[in-house]
Design a binder for this molecule. Structure first.
Ligand code: URA
Length: 406
C-alpha cells in the first residue's frame, strides 16, 4: 500500500525500486495523490536517500520521457548545466566558443522562474530569435553552423516536471538527493556522453555552502558515471551576482562584450573555465591546452563570429536588441569599501522590475534590469552610483541591504 511505502521512508528505511516505481509512476498516472507524494517528499527531505535509491529514482524519472541520441549522428558532444544563479548568462558565451573550434553543440535550455533568469528568456530578448527549433531544424543547424541554443524539443523527464512543481510549493526543493535526481535525469535524457556541471553556492543559489555544493556535485558525477557518462564539475560562488548585468537584453549585451573581448573579470573567467573543460573533455586534451584554444577563439574574433552565425541561423537580429530608455541611478549614502552585493536581493529587485516571472504564465519585459556600477572590494564615496536600474515605471523598491559598505 502507498501508505506503507511512505511510512517506511518516514522511519528511515530504504525503498526498493519496485516501491519507488509504484509510488512515483502512480503519481504520474494520477492514482497517487498530491498529499501522498508531498508526504513522501518531506520524508525524503528529512531522512535522505541511499545511493541505490537515488540511482533507481533517477532511472524512473529518466524513463518517464524520451531520450535523445544526437551523438549517433554528430559524434561526441558535451552538455553543460548550471544549477542556476543571478546574472548567469554563461551559455551565451560558452556555446559559440566551443562551436568555433569545430565541436558541435546542441544546448537546450529552460525559462526562468522566480529570482533566477533562464537562458531561453535571454535569447528571446533578441528580436526574431527562435527557441522552438524542431528536430529537423536542429540537425540542419548543426550541419550549417555547428551549434544551436534552443528549448527542449521532446518530452524530457515529464516526471520531473510534475514532482518539481510539487516540491516548489511544499518546501522540498532543497533536498540534495532530489536535486541530483531532478538534474541528472534530464541531463542523461539529452544524451551527451560528456557533461559539465556548474554547481553554485551562496545566497542566490539552491544550496548555500560550498560543502553542500560539493556533496551535490559529487553525487551527480557518480550518477552520471553509472550511466557511462564523463562528468566534471565546477563549484562557483553565487553570493554576488555573476558579471555586471541582471535582466534579459542587458545580459545579452554583456555576453556580446565578452565575446568581442571588450569585457574582462569574474564572469569572463568563469566562461573560459567552463568552455575549456568542455573542449578538454571532447578533444581529450589537458584543460590548460583547451584554455589557450578558448582564449584564442575570443582574441581572433571567431567566437563572436560564431555567435552571430548561430543567432542569424535562428532568426535573431542583435541590431534590434532593446534596453529601456528609462533609467534610475542608485547612489551610495556611505563612504567605504563594498563588502557584499547580495545576489538574492538583486534577483528579487530584478523580478520586481519585470525581468522575471513569479508564475509560469507571467510575461517578461526584456528591456528592464540592473547594471552594477561598483563591485566587491571597490572603494566608494557618498553619491557614487552603485547600480543603474533600467525600468518601465517607478514602482520598484530597493532593499537598502543589497550593498554592504564598511
Ligand atoms: N534545478 C533542477 O532542474 N532541479 C532541481 O531540483 C533544482 C534545480
Amino acid at each position: 500500500m502507498i501508505k506503507d511505502i511512505i511510512d517506511k521512508k518516514r522511519v528511515g528505511k530504504e525503498l526498493s525500486k519496485e516501491e519507488l516505481t509504484e509510488i512515483f509512476n502512480g503519481y504520474l498516472k494520477g492514482t497517487v495523490k498530491d498529499y501522498q507524494m508531498s508526504s513522501l517528499l518531506m520524508a525524503i527531505c528529512i531522512q535522505g536517500m541511499s545511493f541505490d535509491e537515488i540511482l533507481n529514482l533517477t532511472d524512473i524519472f529518466l524513463k518517464s520521457g524520451e531520450e535523445l541520441h544526437y551523438e549517433e549522428e554528430f559524434g561526441i558532444m558535451c552538455d553543460k548545466h548550471s544549477t542556476g544563479g543571478i546574472g548567469d548568462k554563461t551559455t551565451l558565451v560558452i556555446v559559440p566558443i566551443v562551436a568555433s573550434l569545430g565541436i558541435p553543440v546542441i544546448k537546450m535550455s529552460g525559462r526562468g522562474l522566480g529570482y533566477t533568469g533562464g537562458t531561453i528568456d535571454k535569447l528571446e530578448s533578441i528580436p526574431g530569435y527562435r527557441t522552438d527549433l524542431t528536430d529537423k531544424e536542429i540537425e540542419e543547424s548543426i550541419k550549417k553552423v555547428g551549434a544551436v541554443m534552443t528549448g527542449q524539443t521532446k518530452d524530457i523527464a515529464p516526471m520531473d516536471k510534475m514532482i518539481y512543481a510539487l516540491r516548489d510549493v511544499t518546501a522540498t526543493v532543497s533536498s540534495i538527493p532530489l536535486i541530483a535526481v531532478s538534474i541528472m535525469s534530464k541531463k542523461l535524457a539529452l544524451g551527451a556522453s560528456k557533461i559539465l556541471l556548474d554547481v553554485k553556492y551562496g545566497s542566490g543559489a539552491l544550496v548555500s555552502t560550498k560543502e553542500d555544493a560539493e556533496e551535490l556535485a559529487e553525487l551527480m558525477k557518480k550518477i552520471g558515471e553509472k550511466y557511462g557518462r564523463e562528468v566534471r564539475y565546477i563549484l562557483s560562488d553565487m553570493n554576488t551576482p555573476l558579471g555586471k548585468t541582471v535582466g534579459n537584453s542587458l545580459e545579452v549585451v554583456e555576453a556580446i562584450e565578452v565575446l568581442r573581448g571588450e569585457e574582462q573579470g569574474k564572469f569572463k573567467n568563469l566562461c573560459i573555465t567552463l568552455a575549456s573543460n568542455m573542449i578538454s573533455m571532447v578533444k581529450n586534451i589537458p584543460v590548460e591546452e583547451a584554455k589557450l584554444l578558448a582564449e584564442n577563439s575570443i582574441k581572433t574574433g571567431s567566437a563572436y563570429k560564431k555567435f552571430l552565425e548561430i543567432v542569424k541561423n535562428q532568426g535573431g537580429d542583435i541590431s534590434k536588441l532593446k534596453v529601456s530608455s528609462k533609467k534610475y541611478e542608485y547612489k551610495s549614502s556611505k563612504q567605504g569599501e563594498i563588502k557584499k552585493i547580495d545576489a538574492l536581493e538583486i534577483g528579487k529587485l530584478s523580478l520586481s522590475l519585470g525581468a522575471g516571472r513569479e508564475r509560469k504564465e507571467d510575461k517578461i519585459d526584456y528591456t528592464v534590469g540592473i547594471v552594477l556600477n561598483k563591485f566587491l572590494g571597490d572603494k566608494v564615496n557618498i553619491g557614487d552610483t552603485l547600480m543603474t536600474l533600467y525600468t518601465k515605471d517607478d514602482k520598484f523598491k530597493i532593499n537598502s541591504n543589497i550593498f554592504e559598505i564598511e
